[in-house]
Design a protein around this ligand. Structure first.
Ligand code: NAP
Length: 297
């Protein structure tokens, strides 16, 4: 069976390596990014470059979007030269950005009105998972559409779960993000407490990793904490956006999320002080500032 031509919009930290894996997997690719320079590497590897999202839709069977936030996805879908303006019945649009479940549902409805199948399929696993094609992919939408997209997902990730109807992938992602955020904050507290008491933080991570306190945040971000290397990774601004989405969902459903609220506030403070583009592991600096102690001098 011939592989579909895939359009890919949004070539940032995640989109760039994901698109590269699709090329590597033998898919023909048409790419587009707001800043055109980010298309250059993929173009040199064989991708075509579209003029705008509508052009990408015209030249593709399946379109994947990997954009920062809900308004960006709405613009790319519903803007003047948006995907839906050039959509054909039978196409498949997959949004892999992390956005509001309500927006995902409304975009799925707008697509369905044109005979286009749609999935929300946000991911976790970070830039490393994107590069190594080991992402965890949480998918919302029709089960038959999920099966249609499965071979594409298998080119990008290793854990692929159909969560339910439209928007449920985004709900799962919000749950993922509140867990990661609170783990980052808890690891920060442990490292600053240990370090100020004179315990070597690297040895602390080694010891804690073997027991019930072991976690993927220490495994993947341990070096960032220890060396104060806050090169993103995953930007604080994007994680704050995800916690805002989780808080909104909590309010809509009447679910109490006190821990999420606390870390959302810390991320918001970091953003206000100009640190929004740093990696989310920089949350440790909030604990350090309040404790008058740094892990590294
Ligand atoms: P990013 O590095 O900021 O990339 C976003 C890309 O989208 C940029 O290249 C940006 O172009 C492009 N873009 C924005 N608006 C556009 C538009 N209207 N038309 C075309 N392109 C547009 O973000 P990221 O880290 O890849 O994250 C993307 C999504 O994945 C977010 O929803 C994030 O929450 C989620 N996510 C990220 C990670 C992670 O570890 N980074 C992990 C899991 C999920 P410019 O170059 O012009 O800015």
């Amino acid at each position: 069976m011939t592989k579909p031509t895939i359009g890919f919009v949004g070539l940032g930290i995640m989109g760039q390596p994901m698109a590269a894996n699709l090329l590597q997997g033998g898919y023909d690719l048409v790419v587009y990014n707001r800043t055109p320079a980010k298309c250059a590497v993929l173009e040199s590897e064989g991708a075509q470059v579209g003029d705008d999202p509508a052009d990408v839709a015209r030249r593709s069977d399946v379109v994947i979007t990997m954009l920062p936030d809900s308004p960006d996805v709405e613009l790319v879908y519903q803007g003047e030269s948006g995907l839906l303006s050039a959509a054909r019945a039978g196409q498949l649009f997959i949004d892999m950005s992390s956005i509001s479940p309500a927006v995902a549902r409304s975009l799925a409805e707008a697509a369905a009105a044109l005979g286009v199948e749609a999935l929300d399929a946000p991911v976790s696993g970070g830039d490393v998972g994107a590069k190594n094609a080991t992402l965890s992919i949480m998918v919302g939408g029709d089960p038959a559409t999920f099966e249609r997209a499965r071979p594409i997902f298998e080119t990008l990730g290793t854990t692929i779960v159909h969560m339910g109807g439209a928007g449920t992938g985004q709900t799962a992602k919000a749950c993922n993000q509140l867990l990661v955020a609170q783990t980052l904050e808890a690891v920060s507290e442990a490292l600053v407490l240990g370090s100020k008491a004179g315990v070597d933080p690297a040895r602390l991570i080694e010891a804690l990793s073997g027991g019930l306190a072991g976690n993927r945040v220490m495994e993947v971000r341990g070096r960032n904490f220890l060396e104060h290397d806050f090169t993103p990774g995953f930007k604080i601004a994007l994680h704050q956006k995800d916690l805002r989405i989780a808080m909104e969902a909590g309010r809509e459903l009447g679910v109490s999320l006190p821990g999420t609220a606390l870390v959302e506030e810390m991320f918001a403070a970091l953003q206000s002080s100009g640190s929004g583009d740093l990696d989310h592991s920089a949350v440790i600096t909030v604990i350090e500032d309040r404790s008058d102690h740094r892990l590294v001098s």
